[in-house]
Design a protein. Structure first.
Length: 133
């Protein structure tokens, strides 16, 4: 699931990120890349809080719907529009069956060993980076 975000940059400030479908959820970063990384973490944390309060999780609208919504006219002005993935840690791991080419599996194991990670931790880390884009 991805949420549309607005990125703004004022002079002498970091990049700021807000989510039209998740009021109150904001993030910032010195670079756009850092701001988006922080935005993904803020989004997951904010959604966790919404669920803990027993409130419904906002359904993300498409970028086209957000951009055509007149209530966001001011927020859109000068903004870069981005798509931020919602990736949550649910506190539980599960075993899965995945088929990989043997050469790729060996490369994964070598890289994981060099990083002092398990195969699972390495794959999870790589997938998170790929989803974050």
């Amino acid at each position: 699931m991805r949420y549309t975000a607005f990125i703004h940059k004022d002079p002498d400030s970091d990049f700021g990120v807000s989510f039209p479908d998740v009021p109150g959820c904001i993030a910032a970063g010195e670079t756009i890349e850092a701001a988006l990384k922080n935005a993904a973490e803020a989004l997951a944390f904010h959604i966790e809080g919404i669920e803990a309060d027993g409130d419904p999780v906002p359904v993300p609208r498409s970028p086209d719907d957000i951009l055509s919504d007149p209530s966001f006219g001011e927020d859109r002005q000068g903004a870069i529009v981005a798509s931020v993935p919602l990736v949550r840690d649910l506190g539980s791991t599960t075993r899965i069956n995945v088929s990989l080419d043997l050469g790729l599996l060996k490369a994964i194991d070598e890289e994981a060993r060099e990083r002092k990670q398990t195969r699972s931790a390495f794959i999870a880390s790589a997938v998170r980076k790929e989803i974050a884009g």
